[in-house]
Unconditional design. Structure first.
Length: 94
């Protein structure tokens, strides 16, 4: 399964795999949203992700940095991937 990005009630839902083969469209999609839209807060739900590799993780970190540079709030939420949450908490502390 590839990656699907949908939006519902202001929340972006990721479904499928966020990995080396899917990060290019992921990056393009969110770059446009962050740089071109008037959205103040980027909410990403990862409940339906069934795989994320290190490239996918790096893409999320890059997305977070881009949102902050563009003065937008950025949140990831959903069940699973505790390593992802732990890593984001560590980068926020440093």
């Amino acid at each position: 399964m590839s990656l699907q990005i949908s939006k519902n009630n202001g929340v972006f839902h990721l479904t499928g795999k966020l990995n080396t083969s899917t990060i290019r469209p992921f990056n393009s999609h969110f770059k446009h949203i962050i740089e071109q839209s008037d959205i103040a807060t980027v909410l990403v739900n990862i409940d339906c992700l069934n795989q994320i590799d290190m490239d996918g993780f790096d893409a999320l970190k890059t997305l977070k940095a881009s949102a902050l540079r563009n003065e937008k709030r950025f949140y990831i939420y959903g069940d699973g991937f505790s390593e992802l949450y732990n890593s984001f908490q560590q980068t926020d502390v440093a």
